[in-house]
Design a protein around this ligand. Structure first.
Ligand code: ZN
Length: 422
């Protein structure tokens, strides 16, 4: 290695971007020492990276809550425990860029498949079935977790132990742990899950997939899907968790009783729907989940059988999608290639997905459509069509290639002109 390289490697990574946010959680009092330890540890990491540290504040007094645990697996049984809880706030850096690299995703490699979690806008489809390999050392071993980092041009998958080498930072800086902490706190999707993480790691923080689905179905058939941004603390995920394990005695008790009086109780019809939806997601093929890390995550969770408080929002969102799409036959047609290469023809399609990439010449977009026969049509363009997923349209285009992307037949088109809506 040249002296020049050494000099470069000695340079500490310079975080060029960091924002500070405050996040609120309700946690079990018995977990507070562990949370404080996390805050202290990550403050040390942050300071070494030249960032502000984390602060931890208790809000109000600790209080007792009655928590109810619904035990499924055949017989339905309810366990109740009174537990001490505390509202807290954690303030600190979020969304950090190290040395030009931003961590955009975490892949959790599990027995039943990967959980693929990316920042909004990050295309994680390449990692749906990714093994726990590492672009730094090229070693392909059984890692439980890998991090995805991007510098704008290039995206790499890294084992946590290799991050510090890859990002040419000092080996004293535990960038991987810091990145993971920040990612967990920062991703909107993961943030929900992180609330659950702070609730502690015991088995009682797991719900069965079937319970969570049935409760979700019960709420969403009545009131639709409630997002966290529009209904803080009253979003569907919170309502499901509260219903299955109400807290805050005696007010919580009264609130749950009121829900039951309003008719919120899980019926046989809900259980039957839950079984059907569980079978649907559990039975998705690899080809069907390849393009969609969300679907893939749902399948992984369903096949695992239990869902942590961290992942319950993924499941609830999926159930809502299924409720809305009831008219879609469960056996979606398999995509086939359309027409002949160089043929110019009209396509009538519905937009399924859009990917955006920042490139040298501006933003490139991949529009993925499906026609009525279920065939996937892909249009790569610099033009912003300004249409939403679900939009139906017709366009004239030239078939440029027939490709197979991870087992899915795709027809690529070029020089397209939208004819409807005009
Ligand atoms: Zn490595």
């Amino acid at each position: 290695m040249s002296p020049m390289m050494n000099a470069v490697e000695m340079t500490p990574p310079s975080p060029s971007f960091a924002t500070v946010t405050t996040r609120a959680y309700t946690v079990l009092v018995r977990n507070i020492p562990a949370i404080e330890a996390q805050v202290v540890e990550n403050t040390k990491r942050a300071k070494k990276l030249g960032l502000p540290g984390y602060t931890f504040t208790k809000v109000g007094e600790a209080r007792q809550e009655l928590r109810t645990f619904l035990v499924n697996k055949g017989e339905r049984e309810t366990l109740e425990r009174i537990m001490w809880v505390q509202d807290i706030e954690i303030q600190g850096p979020a969304r950090i860029q190290f040395d030009g690299w931003t961590f955009v995703g975490i892949i959790e490699h599990g027995r039943e498949g990967n959980l693929v979690k990316g920042l909004e806008g990050a295309d994680m489809s390449a990692y749906t079935f990714a093994k726990g390999s590492c672009d730094h050392c090229q070693h392909n071993r059984a890692r439980a977790k890998t991090l995805i980092a991007s510098n704008g041009d290039k995206t790499v998958q890294l084992g946590t132990a290799c991050v510090k080498h890859y990002l040419r930072g000092s080996q004293n800086f535990n960038i991987a742990a810091m990145a993971e902490f920040v990612l967990n706190a920062e991703f909107p999707a993961i943030k929900d899950e992180y609330d659950g993480e702070f609730e502690g790691g015991s088995g009682s923080d797991y719900f069965t997939v079937r319970d969570a689905m049935a409760a979700g179905i019960m709420f969403m058939l009545r009131e639709g899907y409630k997002s966290k941004s529009e209904n803080p603390a009253q979003d569907t995920k919170e309502r499901v968790m509260f219903y299955l394990r109400p807290g805050k005695s005696p007010e919580a008790r009264a609130r749950r009783d009121a829900l039951v009086r309003e008719g919120f109780s899980i019926t046989d019809a809900h259980w039957a729907m839950a079984d059907e939806i569980e079978a649907y997601f559990g039975g998705l093929t690899d080809a069907e989940v390849t393009w969609d890390s969300f679907l893939n995550n749902v399948r992984t969770i369903v096949r695992t059988g239990d869902v942590s408080a961290r992942n319950i929002s993924i499941l609830v969102g999926a159930v809502w999608g299924r409720i809305k799409a009831q008219y879609v036959p469960a056996d979606k047609p398999v995509s086939q290639h359309v027409g002949a290469v160089k043929e110019r023809r009209t396509f009538t399609v519905k937009l399924e997905r859009v990917f955006e990439f920042d490139g040298l010449y501006g933003v490139t977009r991949f529009y993925l459509f499906r026609d009525v026969e279920g065939n996937v049509i892909k249009w790569k363009t610099g033009t912003d069509l300004k249409i939403e997923v679900g939009t139906e349209l017709s366009f004239v285009g030239t078939i440029s290639a027939h490709v197979d992307y991870k087992g899915v037949a795709q027809t690529e088109v070029q020089r397209c002109k939208v004819v409807q809506p005009s």
